[in-house]
Every structure is written in structure tokens, then in C-alpha cells.
Design a protein around this ligand. Structure first.
Ligand code: NDP
Length: 331
């Protein structure tokens, strides 16, 4: 292949950023031991930050975003994989300052990739993507901290988002009763179809936000938005419960007193998918392909092409997307 298609973000002289599907060549890709023909990627909130020039995510332009990629191996210099192997790449530097999955080819260090588990197709793997893997890490964190379905409801914030929607579905599959908090009450039936037993508005979660503690309502929570929503989740978690924290779509701030921690023994668990070491990464992907395999993956997915992903970038920044956006990269 002399050239291939990629979504290219370019920084203009007036410091604005433009995006277009452009022809790139393999010489444009960085050095690396593993060359992958990308079949699918997915849109994550971080991709939108990268595509709009957020310096906390991407500093070097022109740049191709896409923190997720699934495809087949073209060549592997260190023999970790062989030609034709199906692999998944999420996190590390992919799509940040390394050309990412919104291009038909990526070249990366081979230790960023894992062999696709048999129970998933490449397409299903990218419906899950970073968002779904992060939801998996969050649910796993609750379970490993002793939160079990008999202990009570689990709150999920940002519930219609990528991480939130997969978390709702995974928790329901694992037998938990899920209270989904959303700014899109009109999507109540979407959330109930994924397995939520109750849907509340952001306003309801923020009631009595001036109080340092709230009535014990949840055995645990998966927070994806941060700020006062995360604070309310911590304050409303019952004795011994756990709240996971992975995101900041509302705010990167957290203003909460120590009382929930020292009077109720509540745990706050940080979730990071980017540097998650390979052995637990492979174990969790194995679980997502097997006992946690979701039957509803198609119900929470919208499939777009490389040229269509452009419009979705603005929508995800405004919190307007529900579920997962799968990007079909290969023509
Ligand atoms: P999405 O944009 O798909 O979902 C975020 C959801 O948050 C929205 O759909 C909306 O849900 C809610 N939301 C948006 N804006 C606001 C707001 N101003 N106030 C309150 N709620 C809001 O993003 P993702 O699910 O892909 O990611 C969620 C967060 O998790 C991001 O901050 C992302 O960077 C982070 N993340 C972190 C990872 C890690 O490894 N730690 C990995 C993956 C993601 P609703 O309308 O239903 O309320």
C-alpha cells in the first residue's frame, strides 16, 4: 500500500485545529516493532480532546487521533506476533502523540498489543474499546473490594456515556441492581434496556449537595464524571462501600469532607486504563470475551466511517453521545 486513509488533525497558523481524512504513507508513521492494519477503532472522550488540540493529550501536530485500534498484524520485528494475527491495542501513547487508530495503519511497540481473545470479533472488541475496558476495570474494582449484589444498589454517573453505558450493562450482567444517573432523561428506556433498574436525573443526585454526608443509599458507585457528582456518590455510599473514579467530563475537582471515609469506611478507588499492566489487561479482556461478554453490544453502538467520525467529535465534547461510537476504519 503506497498510501492509506487517516483522519489528520492539523494546527493552523492562527492556532486553530482542522480535521480531514487525508492520504498518509507508512513513512509518516513513527518507529515501532509492530505494524498493524487497523479494521476498527472507536471514539472516546479523550480522542475528542486530542482532535481539538488539548495539550494535556496531544502536543505534536499534524496528528492522527484514536486511542483504540483492532486489526491484523502486517509485520512484527520481534516475533511477538505473526503476520495475520488479530490484535487489540488500547491506551499507552496510542492516539496521544503516537499516530492512532483513526488511520488504516498504525506502527507501535509490540508490547502495547494483546492477542484478541477468541470470544470477541475485532468489531466487538472495538465496541468495548477503552471506554468498555475502563467500565470493566471499575466493576472489577468494586467486586475485588467486596461489593456484592446482595449489599444494595450501585450508582453509575454519566450513565449514557461510553464508560457509563458499558458499566450499567456489565453490572446488570453480574447481578447488581443499577441506579443510572443521566442528564438525558429522555434516554431512560435505553438505560433500562441495558439493565438499569432505576434512572435518576443529575438534579436528583445533586439534591442536598451542601451536606457533608447523605443518607446511605448505595453499596457502591461507578463515577465517570467527577466534580460534585463524585462528591455526592461518596457521601451517599453506605458503610464499607466503594466508589470508583475514572473521569472528569463534569469537572476535575473533588470537594468532599473526610467524614464518609472516617465514619463509614468508604473507599475511593482510582481507575486507570492507559498504563494498566499487560497481565491484568489480558485477564480482563479474557473476561469481557467470556463470562462478562455482553449480548447488548449492538444495542449500545453506532457505527461510523472515518469521514463521519469528524462530526461525532464535537458531539462527544458536548456530552451528546449515547453509548459507544464504533469507527469502521477499513474500506
Ligand atoms: P462520554 O462523553 O461518552 O460520556 C460522558 C458522559 O458524562 C456523557 O455522556 C454525559 O452522560 C456525562 N456528562 C457529560 N458532560 C457532563 C457534565 N458537564 N456534567 C455532568 N455529566 C456530564 O465519555 P466516556 O464515557 O468515553 O469517558 C468518560 C470519562 O472517563 C471522560 O472524562 C474520560 O476522559 C474518562 N476516561 C478515563 C479513563 C481512565 O483510564 N481513567 C478511560 C476512559 C475514559 P449523561 O448525559 O448520561 O449524564
Amino acid at each position: 500500500m503506497a498510501t492509506f486513509n487517516a483522519l489528520l488533525v492539523e494546527k493552523q497558523e492562527d492556532k486553530s485545529f482542522t480535521r480531514s481524512v487525508t492520504q498518509r504513507s507508512l513513512d509518516d508513521l513513527p518507529d515501532g516493532t509492530l505494524l498493524i492494519h487497523v479494521h476498527y477503532s472507536s471514539l472516546n472522550y479523550k480522542d475528542a480532546l486530542s482532535a481539538t488540540g488539548n495539550p494535556g493529550v496531544s502536543r505534536n501536530f499534524p496528528h492522527t487521533p484514536g486511542i483504540d485500534a483492532a486489526g491484523t498484524v502486517v509485520s512484527c520485528d520481534d516475533n511477538r506476533f505473526k503476520k495475520g494475527d488479530e490484535v487489540i491495542v488500547t491506551g499507552y501513547d496510542l492516539g496521544m502523540n503516537t499516530a492512532g487508530g483513526f488511520g488504516e495503519y498504525i506502527r507501535i511497540p509490540s508490547d502495547w498489543a494483546l492477542a484478541k481473545p477468541d470470544g470477541l470479533t475485532l468489531r466487538e472488541a472495538m465496541v468495548i474499546g477503552t471506554a468498555g475496558f475502563t467500565a470493566g476495570l471499575s466493576v472489577q474494582g468494586l467486586v475485588e473490594n467486596g461489593v456484592t449484589p446482595d449489599k444494595g444498589d450501585i450508582l453509575v454517573t454519566g450513565a449514557t456515556g461510553g464508560v457509563g453505558s458499558v458499566a450499567v450493562a456489565l453490572l446488570a450482567k453480574a447481578g447488581f441492581s443499577v441506579v443510572a444517573c443521566t442528564g438525558k432523561k429522555e434516554h431512560e428506556s435505553f438505560l433500562k434496556n441495558l439493565g438499569a433498574s432505576k434512572v435518576i436525573t443529575r438534579g436528583e443526585l445533586l439534591e442536598n449537595k451542601e451536606r457533608p454526608m447523605l443518607k446511605e443509599q448505595y453499596a457502591g458507585a461507578v463515577d465517570t464524571v467527577g466534580g460534585e457528582y463524585l462528591a455526592q456518590a461518596v457521601k451517599a455510599t453506605q458503610y464499607g462501600g466503594t466508589v470508583t473514579c475514572c473521569g472528569l467530563t463534569a469537572s476535575d475537582d473533588l470537594n468532599v469532607s473526610v467524614f464518609p471515609f472516617i465514619l463509614r469506611g468508604v473507599s475511593l478507588l482510582g481507575i486507570d486504563s492507559v498504563q494498566c499492566p499487560m497481565p491484568p489487561r489480558e485477564r480482563l479482556w479474557g473476561k469481557l470475551a467470556d463470562e462478562w461478554k455482553l449480548e447488548c453490544l449492538d444495542d449500545l453502538t453506532e457505527e461510523v466511517t472515518l469521514s463521519e467520525v469528524n462530526g461525532k467529535i464535537d458531539a462527544i465534547l458536548k456530552g451528546q453521545i449515547s453509548g459507544r461510537t464504533l469507527v469502521k476504519v477499513q474500506n
